[in-house]
Design a protein around this ligand. Structure first.
Ligand SMILES: [Zn+2]
Length: 84
């Protein structure tokens, strides 16, 4: 069996969540993230917030609205988690 741990830190989980919305995750990464979200309410919340923000960004991009505030919000949420 290939190496790769399923027990990941919050930092790794946050990076996975970011990548999920850009380049995507492989099966093992998805599984590790799912396990982590089952035990960590901060990353579970981060994932939900990212989904929400990305949806809002997509909608606003269609309307040529300034999205820099939402981008800032994303950064703040991420920093809050990593300093937990
Ligand atoms: Zn976590």
């Amino acid at each position: 069996m290939a190496s790769g741990k399923l027990n990941i830190s919050c930092l790794e989980a946050v990076n996975f969540i970011d990548r999920k919305h850009t380049s995507g995750l492989n099966i093992r990464e998805k599984l590790a993230l799912r396990i982590h979200k089952g035990i960590c309410k901060y990353c579970l919340r981060y994932d939900r917030q990212q989904e929400w923000i990305n949806e809002a960004l997509n909608r606003l991009n269609d309307q040529n609205v300034d999205t820099s505030e939402l981008e800032d919000l994303k950064k703040k949420i991420k920093e809050a988690i990593l300093h937990n």
